[in-house]
Design a protein around this ligand. Structure first.
Ligand SMILES: [Cu+2]
Length: 395
């Protein structure tokens, strides 16, 4: 993409469609086969130990691994032959389980993949619900998610989508949160907006169990939430993340507010039309896609639209799991980036600012020029993998 020119949408789409994002490699094909056959290959099983809850005897039975997931169309649980991680609670738990499973899931019925529709993730910041207490009861679920026209992933999710629902609250309000685990694998919830004992609140729960905790956000900002069950790389990498936006008690200036969650996808080859998440690829840190809001380039094909004169506020969370987001709007400048909790520590006249994995920031710009403005991860090796969108400023 040539940055100095405002790109025609059709040209950009054609360029991206022609990119070799999906080109298979021999290694990937091998990994996919190895994943499917992991339990049948002597010596491979130990390397592919996964984080199922308690089926420790499943080691030699690949058909069981498949049949166990018939209640989740198309999405199979990872197999397991020795260890379970229900004791894992914290981000630091990733230090425990270095020999971990290969994939989030393996492919299921083609019909399920074909019948999984694409939907765009609406980027608009939802309003804060009425009242000072927000009660959320979410479920951890294994589902198929179509992230592009030709890619369906077998995801671990909060509430059945990647990313999970956007949460909007304000400083001093109360969030009462419950997570019920409907999945075969232990899961948990870690809100970066909370100050709370993680050993208790962020503990993992097995299928059929729930965990409840309450917190009052102390600082405004864009905060990540994610599953913190070990290895956290696998759980974030398989889709369990999202954004909680905490507005300050005193409202910020009126603006069109949008939420962007950057994340990476590390995928195995398709099996029956479904691509599992690939833990070894996550460790390699070479993603297949890098996205805003869980869909590569979704805001190129269906841009974000505002009016000339609007103020735009991006609440950007970088879910990672590994790479930074070098956020930039082509042809524009941020008049304000908040280094601290908004409205604190504003920096003026910013072209690009990095958001770390596990971090979030608030970016503002004044739309006083009409046109089509690409918003990008300016680390273009990752931008080109799907973190490009268009902000259309209409006259
Ligand atoms: Cu999880």
């Amino acid at each position: 993409m040539r940055e100095e020119a405002t790109p025609a949408l059709s040209q950009l789409i054609a360029e991206l469609d022609a990119s070799p994002l999906n080109a298979p490699s021999n290694r990937r094909a091998f990994l996919a086969r190895a994943s499917a056959l992991s339990l049948a290959i002597p010596g491979m099983g130990a390397a592919l130990v996964a984080c199922t809850s308690d089926r420790s005897a499943a080691g030699a039975d690949t058909s069981k691994a498949t049949h166990d997931t018939t209640h989740v169309p198309g999405a199979a649980a990872v197999s397991d032959n020795s260890h379970q991680n229900s004791d894992s609670r914290l981000d630091s738990a990733m230090l425990k389980d270095m020999k971990h499973g290969q994939t989030s899931a393996v492919g299921g019925a083609t019909q399920s993949a074909q019948s999984t529709p694409f939907h765009r993730i609406a980027p608009e910041l939802p309003p804060i619900p009425a009242g000072s207490v927000q009660r959320l009861h979410w479920h951890a679920r294994q589902v198929l998610v179509r992230i592009s026209d030709d890619t369906v992933v077998a995801a671990w999710t909060f509430e059945g989508d990647v990313p999970g629902p956007f949460v909007h609250t304000r400083v001093g309000d109360t969030v009462e949160f419950t997570l019920t685990n409907d999945a075969d694998v232990p899961h948990s919830m870690d809100f970066h907006a909370a100050q709370i004992d993680p050993k208790t609140a962020f503990r993992s729960v097995v299928k059929g169990e729930s965990v409840t905790f309450t917190f009052k956000p102390k600082y405004a900002g864009a905060f990540m939430f994610h599953c913190g069950t070990a290895p956290v790389l696998m759980h974030i990498g398989s889709g369990m993340y999202g954004a909680i936006i905490v507005s300050p008690a005193q409202p910020l200036p009126p603006a069109k507010e949008f939420v962007l969650v950057q994340s990476e996808f590390y995928l195995a080859e398709a099996a029956a039309g479904v691509r599992a998440f690939d833990y070894q690829k996550m460790l390699s840190t070479l993603p297949d896609f890098v996205c805003f809001n869980g869909r590569p380039n979704q805001y190129i094909k269906d841009p974000i639209r505002v009016k000339l004169g609007d103020r735009v506020r991006f609440w950007l969370v970088n879910a990672g799991p590994t790479h930074p987001c070098h956020f930039h709007v082509v042809g524009e400048q941020f008049d304000t980036v908040y280094l601290g909790a908004p409205p604190g520590s504003p920096v003026r006249g910013v072209q690009t600012w990095d958001v770390s994995p596990g971090g979030g920031m608030c970016f503002e710009l004044q739309c006083d020029v009409a046109g089509e403005f690409p918003f990008v991860n300016h680390g273009f090796g990752h931008g080109q993998k799907g973190t490009i969108g268009i902000l259309v400023v209409e006259k």
